[in-house]
Ligand binder design. Structure first.
Ligand SMILES: Cc1cc2nc3c(=O)[nH]c(=O)nc-3n(C[C@H](O)[C@H](O)[C@H](O)COP(=O)(O)OP(=O)(O)OC[C@H]3O[C@@H](n4cnc5c(N)ncnc54)[C@H](O)[C@@H]3O)c2cc1C
Length: 275
């Protein structure tokens, strides 16, 4: 069978997400970006800034307060660096970011190991899975020009993923048909509106067949201290390629939004000693 005949049709959730990602990239080009074949990240909202950090820290020492970055003297910049180098942690917990992330489940599984933050994720209990799954591009499947996964293997991988998604689609359609028949026959009560427990149970069971390459969608809210730890761990070459791709884009967005804090963070992560 040819690839064209095999191509999996996108379901409603997937079509809607694709449109949403395109819209967000158009409306917020500096802070929204596509990654890989269906990935996406957006820095949606932030709270606090470099001034918040110093104002919080200075509660211990002075009544001097800064209105914003424009007020910063070299002394303020040095203090920011000093505090970060010497692990004066809590002032750095006053700056928050909320991100929207659409990534394969295997990436999000690594991401969720970061516990000092908050997540809210797309539910395969309430909705059918996103039909998009991760397809590694040439850079993702090669090391030093050598294709670790060759074209024939990629084709088999793709067919397997599509087969699993087709399995879900067909079995779920069968469940829905059987439920309608059973309802008409009075074997089960008709569910008018709201959550249908029979369909929900079917989704709960059928989602077990979904591969970790399936894309999911979540909100991630995190303070700067914990975000810096994420960057420290996930930008390093030993982090897996795919999460590193996301971390790299997130890092660039963060630095665009908080130039001084971003630069200070990078100096500290690079091991620059403090005063
Ligand atoms: C390259 C790489 C390989 C990895 N391999 C594996 C692996 O094989 N298996 C595996 O299970 N994980 C693995 N991990 C995940 C790793 O162990 C961490 O769980 C993950 O990176 C989150 O880091 P974190 O705990 O610092 O972050 P967070 O959970 O966000 O925690 C932030 C900080 O809060 C503090 N903290 C949080 N919770 C506690 C606690 N319960 N007790 C004390 N202090 C706490 C710590 O100081 C921590 O650094 C890997 C991570 C990387 C980057």
């Amino acid at each position: 069978m040819t690839m064209a005949a095999e191509t999996l049709e996108e379901n409603k959730a997937t079509v809607e997400l694709r449109e949403e990602m395109d819209t967000r990239c158009r409306l917020n080009p500096d802070y929204a970006s596509r990654i890989g074949n269906f990935g996406f990240i957006e820095l949606e909202e932030t709270w606090g800034d470099e001034a918040t950090i110093l104002n919080t820290a200075r509660i211990s020492t002075t009544n001097r307060r800064l209105a914003g970055l424009a007020d910063f003297t070299q002394r303020d910049r040095d203090l920011l660096h000093h505090l970060l180098v010497h692990n004066h942690g809590t002032p750095f917990e006053t700056v928050y970011c909320r991100w929207r992330i659409i990534a394969p489940i295997f990436v999000l599984r690594q991401w969720m190991r970061h516990r000092i933050c908050s997540y809210n994720e797309f539910s395969q209990r309430y909705r059918e899975p996103i039909t998009a799954f991760y397809l590694p591009d040439d850079a993702a499947r090669s090391i030093d020009g050598f294709q670790v996964l060759d074209d024939a293997q990629l084709q088999r991988y793709r067919e397997l993923m599509e087969g699993l998604h087709r399995f879900y689609r067909d079995e779920y359609a069968r469940v829905c048909q059987r439920l309608e028949t059973a309802e008409r026959a009075g074997e089960i009560p008709a569910v008018a509106g709201g959550r249908n427990p029979y369909r929900a149970r079917a989704r709960e069971l059928l989602r077990n067949a979904m591969p970790v390459a399936t894309y999911s969608d979540l909100y991630w809210t995190i303070n700067f201290r914990s975000l810096m730890n994420f960057f420290d761990l996930r930008l390093k070459p030993d982090a897996q390629f795919e999460i590193r791709q996301f971390a790299t884009v997130a890092h660039a967005m963060f630095k665009r939004r908080f130039p001084l804090l971003g630069e200070t963070m990078d100096r500290v992560l690079a091991g620059e000693a403090g005063s």
